[in-house]
Design a protein around this ligand. Structure first.
Ligand code: FAD
Ligand code: PYC
Length: 416
């Protein structure tokens, strides 16, 4: 890793950064690769990294229509947790949390993973029963989670109001102490640098416009930079997955929906953890810059819009103020949106497709950032060996035909 002293930082600033070593190359595409990955978000870049590092496969290119990390990876609110209900999901998301715990060292890049705890609030008897059921299930799977009384929840998060006269009073909370947040861009940058250093070509500003198949087998992709031949193609395009998969004639069980978030002006550290409330459709944490990071349920209508709109922040801030009246005089700084790909059972699709050589990793909906290392790790195994890793084996596309669904709507925690 290149290190910069304060003097070299000053020198580079004064010389317009002319002599800085780039963190990754910007190559033109080769005519052919063993594997092409469509989408340079965290999942696509991580997959390329593990293909090269763990499977010795570096004749790989990642094709990105915009800039790397500019999709949902760079737009999300970075909540990381593994408190999902079913065994299959607990295995997948906790595999990811374990990889998060060593990721800065693995990449030699500070992804600022902070296990500050994720607390989910209960506001009615149904919430209490659902969260308690989740806690029992998590513990059976070796995933930490514990029940807090309202007073314990307030001790863990002092800005929280536990006024029993509130319209949606806090009746308790489930706390996963190993949950937390990370720096989203750094995850994309760390994987990109690690993959590039191992020979992977990352090609930005190169939209895939078609997927070419012959006799039921993928042979390459059409792009803005011409046709690129490949033995295997992996679609990791998040909110645009159904659009890209349609290029190969595969119809996906996905809806693309905007998900918005916003941040406040920066303030000194006041918020020590992450708080989520599914019932009031709001969640909140504080970034290391000091901004309160606030999010919401999805927009009501399907759309590819990546812009913010007023109705979601207004509704969300009403909910936030009921829980945290202390923030009533804070100003909001900016808002944005991303396009999330939602499956009917709110679980991802990771694996083979009906087209030989075509693989897909999508359907993470509102919650795929937390899964980035785990998803990339098992997907790289699937691509390299042609067979699913035991952890992603249940997350097939054909479960929507067989009926073996993994319904994580309650654990998704973000209303949609
Ligand atoms: P992306 O980062 O979106 O990468 C896909 C890439 O594919 C994009 O860069 C896109 O440009 C590219 N692409 C698309 N089409 C093409 C094409 N034709 N050719 C080439 N490239 C193409 N998850 C959590 O776990 N915790 C959270 O707190 C959280 N908060 C969120 C808040 C918001 C506002 C949003 C929008 C999402 C949130 N998520 C969260 C979800 C999370 O962001 C995503 O599930 C995750 O980042 C998906 O990563 P990815 O690498 O699959 O997708
Ligand atoms: O999946 O934890 C999550 C999440 C939080 C905000 C958006 N998604």
């Amino acid at each position: 890793m290149q290190r910069y002293s304060i003097f070299s930082l000053a020198r580079n600033a004064l010389t317009g950064h002319k002599h800085w070593q780039e963190a990754w190359r910007s190559p033109e595409p080769q005519p052919a690769y063993d594997t092409l990955i469509i989408g340079a978000g965290g999942h696509g870049l991580g997959t390329a990294y593990y293909l090269a590092k763990e499977h010795g496969l570096s004749n790989v290119a990642v094709l990105e229509k915009g800039w790397l990390g500019g999709g949902n990876t760079g737009r999300n609110t970075t909540i990381i947790r593994s408190n999902y209900l079913y065994d299959e999901s607990a295995a997948l998301y906790d595999h990811s949390v374990k990889l998060w715990e060593g990721l800065s060292q693995e990449l030699n890049y500070n992804v600022m993973f902070s296990q500050r705890g994720v607390m989910m609030l209960a506001h009615n008897v149904h919430d209490v029963q659902v969260l308690e059921r989740h806690i029992y299930s998590h513990r059976l799977n070796g995933v930490d989670n514990e029940w807090l009384t309202p007073e314990e929840a307030k001790a863990f998060c002092p800005p929280l109001s536990i006024d029993r006269g509130a319209r949606y009073p806090v009746m308790g909370a489930a706390l996963q102490r190993r949950g937390g947040t990370a720096r989203h861009d750094a995850v994309a940058w760390g994987y990109a640098r690690g993959a590039d250093a191992r020979g992977v070509d990352i090609i930005q500003n190169c939209a895939v416009t078609g997927i070419r198949t012959e006799a039921g087998r993928v042979v390459g992709v059409e792009t803005e930079k011409g046709f690129i031949r490949a033995k295997k193609v992996a679609v990791v395009a998040a909110g645009h997955s159904s659009h890209v998969m349609a290029m190969a004639g595969v119809r996906m069980p996905l809806e693309s929906v905007p998900l918005q978030a916003l941040v406040s002006e920066p303030v000194k550290p006041i918020f020590p953890c992450v708080v989520m409330s599914n019932s009031v459709h709001a969640y909140i944490s504080q970034s290391d810059k000091g901004e309160l990071v606030i999010g919401a349920g999805t927009d009501q209508y399907v759309s590819y819009s990546q812009r913010g709109g007023m109705q979601i922040p207004e509704h969300t801030l009403e909910a936030i103020l009921e829980l945290f009246p202390i923030f009533s005089r804070m100003s909001m700084l900016r808002q944005w949106g991303g396009t999330v790909d939602v499956t009917p059972d709110r679980s991802p699709i990771i694996g083979k497709t009906p087209v030989d050589g075509l693989y897909v990793n999508c359907g993470w909906g509102t919650g795929g950032f937390k899964a980035t290392p785990g998803s990339a790790h098992v997907f790289a195994h699937t691509l390299a060996t042609g067979e699913p890793h035991p952890i992603n084996a249940p997350f097939t596309l054909d479960r929507f035909k067989t009926g073996r669904l993994i319904d994580e709507a309650a654990a998704a925690a973000v209303a949609h």
